[in-house]
Design a protein around this ligand. Structure first.
Ligand code: GDP
Ligand code: IMO
Ligand code: MG
Length: 424
């Protein structure tokens, strides 16, 4: 089986969890390569419902191996909590879950700094998930981060925590007026996490490359979305990792030749949580309708998601950045009741037409989205499993996306459950 990357094409929450769960039967390994527990991937089948944050969605399939890659930032407390929650739901987690020794740890002062900075930024805040993601990646790039492997080396761990606390405590106390952290207590806590996680910790790069050499197939599970990429997204309203397909190579230590196919997960409309530009946003009752019908509330934070029409410049940009081979179109059923469905086909930037995302113009509010309106199908497609049963208007909507993004729609999701899917 060729290896497959599953990538969010918009601002996250496209339904990656459902698509990974649906397709992972065909793979041996499911690996995450970036992000942390800012992700919230929902998987539903039969009467079961799971919310995955750090652990790859493949864990729900007992015979799959799962890896948290070196490109991730991991809060050990959140990871242990997630393992316990999943086990309580009957999920088998044993030696099937591995953690890269060079992934970075999130410590409590990262979370405190994330929250303190957001509060200090007032209206200009990013709207982060408040999980300490940004400060943990800063520590990594600043070369004073604490890696998963460090949890197994008491002397090194103590020295790194003491060094970090000296600076972070001063910052937290003097700049933000926040509580400080006792390095000794943190050391004891994180040493204990190391002991509990020890048997899962491995050289993730060697582990995955050995499996690849032995002919095992891998599914790469993206978190967040392309427009939240630190380099290619709507900076500074982004997350702190490379969410695009390129992040797989660095975030797992896997060479490009191992990424055989890329499936872009596209929600049939657009959503975004937190601040930042959102050109097709609907702030009226139509936005309310999408939010209510699509149950657009964050898996991680419960925040209402901002909703808007499908944005082709975003999708064309995503297709370009990720080399998308095919599209998984999700939540098409959410559009069921609409009489008319506009799609943004381009932007007018000072009289010039843009077909890709004009990041600079958007951040300067110097653009006007242009729309083409499609007729709605006005009937329920919930749970359909055959393309033949889709109304013509829905097929027209899909066809237009395929033509404009220049990629075939190979999966159409008609409900949150695994079985509510059309596979072409
Ligand atoms: P992810 O972060 O990309 O995995 O997406 P989330 O799980 O955060 O958000 C997607 C939400 O939409 C979840 O609540 C899913 O259960 C739900 N969902 C996924 N596909 C469909 C679909 O085709 N129709 C409907 N109505 N809901 C869906
Ligand atoms: P999944 O994997 C949607 C957003 C936050 C915020 C910005 C920065 O479920 O699609 P961070 O905590 O990462 O520093 O927040 O990124 N964000 C997400 N939005 N889905 C996600 O993950 C997200 N992870 C982060 O809302 O705007
Ligand atoms: Mg999500």
């Amino acid at each position: 089986m060729p290896n497959l990357a599953v990538i969010g094409t918009q601002w996250g929450d496209e339904g990656k969890g459902k698509i990974v769960d649906l397709l992972c039967e065909q793979f041996d390994i499911v690996a995450r390569y970036q992000g942390g527990h800012n992700a919230g991937h929902t998987v539903k089948f039969a009467d079961q419902h799971f919310a995955l944050r750090l652990i790859p969605s493949g864990i729900l399939h007992a015979d799959k191996l799962c890896l948290l890659g070196n490109g991730m930032v991991i809060d050990p407390e959140a990871l242990l909590e997630e393992i316990e929650k999943l086990r309580a739901l009957g999920v088998h987690i044993d030696s099937n879950l591995k953690i890269s020794d060079s992934a970075h740890c999130i410590l409590p002062y990262h979370k405190a700094l994330d929250l303190a900075r957001e509060e200090a930024a007032g209206q200009g805040k990013i709207g982060t998930t408040g999980r300490g993601i940004g400060p943990a990646y800063e520590a990594k790039v600043g070369r004073y981060g604490i890696r998963i492997a460090d949890l197994l080396d008491p002397d090194l761990l103590r020295a790194r925590i003491e060094f970090a606390c000296a600076e972070k405590n001063l910052l937290l106390k003097s700049v933000y007026g926040r509580e400080t952290y006792d390095p000794q207590k943190l050391f004891e806590t994180y040493l204990r996490y190391g002991e509990v996680l020890a048997e899962r910790i491995t050289n993730g790069t060697v582990w995955i490359n050995e499996h690849l050499r032995n002919g095992k197939s891998v599914m790469f599970e993206g978190a967040q979305g392309t427009m939240l990429d630190i380099d290619h997204g709507t900076y500074p309203f982004v997350t702190s990792s490379n969410t695009v397909v390129g992040g797989i190579c660095t975030g797992l230590g896997v060479a490009p030749k191992h990424i055989h196919r890329v499936i872009g997960v596209v929600k049939a409309y657009t959503t975004r949580v937190g601040g930042g530009a959102f050109p097709t946003e609907l702030t009226d009752e139509q936005g309310e309708h999408l939010r209510a019908r699509g149950n657009e509330f964050g898996t991680v934070t419960g925040r209402p998601r901002r909703c808007g029409w499908l944005d082709l410049p975003v999708l064309r940009t995503s297709a370009m950045l990720n080399g998308i081979d095919s599209i998984a179109l999700t939540k098409l059923d959410v559009l069921d009741e609409l009489a008319e469905i506009p799609i943004c086909t381009g932007y007018n930037v000072r009289g010039e037409r843009w077909k890709t995302f004009p990041a600079f113009a958007v951040s300067h509010h110097d653009y006007k989205p242009e729309y083409r309106t499609f007729k709605g199908w006005k009937k329920s497609i919930v749970g359909l499993t055959s393309i033949d049963d889709l109304p013509q208007a829905a097929r027209d909507y899909i066809r237009f996306i395929e033509d404009e993004v220049e990629a075939p729609v190979s999966i159409i999701s008609t409900g949150p459950r695994r079985e509510e899917t059309i596979v072409r």
